[in-house]
Design a protein around this ligand. Structure first.
Ligand SMILES: *Cc1c(COP(=O)(O)O)cnc(C)c1O
Length: 471
């Protein structure tokens, strides 16, 4: 091939028509739509053309053979036809992992998807009166019941909730917020940016580490619309620090006839300190302290679908509901369904921590994780391989989703020590497995955390490890 000029090589690429009329292609493409087959053929030929054009040293004449090209078409067709959104196994130990879909939904929630998604529903229809109803009504009652809020509504996510609340209460006016709370959440949600978008003017008070009551008092004026508190979700300032207590903030606001809003971020309904975790204020506690409007995510500590929950005083929630933005940010019916069913589980706390997967994973004890790890080792059986070595070790898992950032939960890990195969290669092989298994590499070891591996997935992980050992 060496002496053949490039344009001659290009001529050897078979014509599209020739490939399309080959009987082998007819066989390969039987189960795919015609357009997808065409797309795959074009893609494969284009790749081949680019390779010849860019690479002087294309030596191997077999790349122009029909058989080879058809093989590539077959592989490409399979890739094109496969679903892009795929289930996977989270072995990272980060329970609320935003990149991996945050919370997984409870069994009882999943069961309700088929009838509601596959049929008509009373989404915005009042079955008693036979007239148009409100989509918010389905979750408003249960949210009020669980939190004692006066009113409730939900939007697309918490970022949307913060945006629409600021837009409603403070457009063109001032919002006072502590410098220690100007947070950025992953995926570039930044309080100052959201504030600008809403048309509110941000008035920063205090310093990064310390903000006092008088800092708020000093800036409140005729243009002040709102005092905002933002939960320091994903970081902690330690050492010489001070933030104004919620009760004090409420007191200042009352004195000036202003509302207080708190972006709780994760927002939990269960007090996790009762399960040996860190004390984070619950939604109920924040409302009881007198905060007028609270927003939080549906898919963080609540363990439900992506949603932004807005709770608080009747007149404020009503005003937010009437805002045109609420229409643009409105929640979809499948989300609403998942949220209602998740919330129902919270009527009994012991049911919630057993059945809401996010809560279940968070409250798992070290003892339970040890037992799970032992079950897993029995499933894997003895592995006689030089490729790597398996053992169980102790480590820490994280809540994730910007909740309890410094809090480490003791856990049990599967540690894969590399032998003939490197740690990075093992991590990659797990990721390429079907279903993909996402693990972490630390100090040249691959670690799989049993906390986020579901019971039903243990067998799959064991099979993956055996297959990597044997491949
Ligand atoms: C996570 C978080 C948000 C964004 O919530 P989404 O539901 O992801 O839109 C906003 N504020 C705080 C404090 C958060 O922790």
């Amino acid at each position: 091939m060496e002496n053949i000029p490039k344009h001659e090589k290009l001529k050897r690429i078979p014509a599209v028509g020739k490939i399309l009329s080959s009987p082998q292609l007819a066989e390969i493409s039987k189960s795919y739509p015609r357009n997808l087959t065409l797309r795959a053929v074009h893609r494969v030929l284009e790749t081949l053309r680019k390779r010849v054009e860019s690479d002087e040293s294309v030596q191997d004449p077999s790349i122009f053979e029909m058989e080879r090209i058809l093989d590539d078409v077959k592989t490409d067709l399979r890739r094109l036809a496969s679903s892009k959104l795929r289930p996977l196994i989270n072995a990272t130990g980060v329970v609320i992992h935003t990149n991996l879909g945050r919370s997984i939904l409870a069994e009882s929630v999943l069961e309700r998807f088929r009838p509601i998604a596959g049929g008509y529903s009373n989404l915005e229809y009042d079955l008693e009166k036979g007239i148009r109803g409100s989509r918010h009504s389905h979750v408003e009652e249960i949210l009020k019941e669980l939190t004692s809020a006066e009113a409730a509504m939900v939007v697309n996510n918490n970022a949307a909730a913060v945006l629409v609340c600021l837009d409603t209460l403070a457009r063109g006016r001032e919002v006072v917020v502590s410098r220690g709370q100007l947070v950025e959440i992953g995926g570039s949600f930044r309080i100052p940016d959201v504030m600008r978008r809403s048309g509110a003017r941000m008035v920063e008070v205090g310093t990064t580490n310390k903000t006092h009551k008088r800092d708020y008092e000093e800036v409140i004026g005729p243009d002040t619309a709102l005092l905002l508190k933002v939960h320091q979700s994903n970081f902690q300032v330690v050492g010489f620090t001070e933030q104004v207590e919620t009760t004090d903030l409420v007191e200042i606001a009352r004195k000036h006839g202003l509302p207080v809003m708190e972006d709780l971020g994760s927002g939990c309904l269960v007090d996790f300190s009762r399960y040996g975790l860190m004390k984070e204020p619950t939604v109920q506690e924040v409302l009881a302290e007198g905060v007028d409007l609270v927003t939080f995510s549906g898919d963080k500590m609540l363990g439900g679908p992506q949603a932004g929950i807005i709770l608080g005083k009747r007149n404020l929630v009503d005003a937010v509901r009437k805002n045109q933005l609420s229409r643009a940010l409105r929640i979809d019916k499948l989300t609403l369904l998942a949220l209602e069913e998740t919330l129902k589980l919270y009527r009994d706390e012991s049911t919630a921590v057993k059945e809401v997967p996010t809560l279940r994973m968070i409250v798992q004890t070290y003892g339970e994780l040890r037992a799970k790890a032992r079950r897993f080792m029995r499933m894997t059986g003895r592995l006689d391989t030089k490729r790597f070595h398996l053992e169980l070790t102790d480590g820490n898992s994280k809540v994730g989703g910007g909740a309890m950032p410094l809090f480490a939960m003791p856990t049990r890990l599967l540690c894969i020590r590399p032998g003939e195969v490197s740690a990075n290669r093992i991590e990659e092989a797990l990721r390429e497995y079907d279903p993909p298994i996402i693990a972490r590499v630390e100090k040249d070891q691959v670690l799989l955390d049993f906390r986020t591996i579901q019971d039903g997935e243990l067998k799959v992980v064991a099979a993956a490890i055996r297959s990597i050992a044997e491949s």
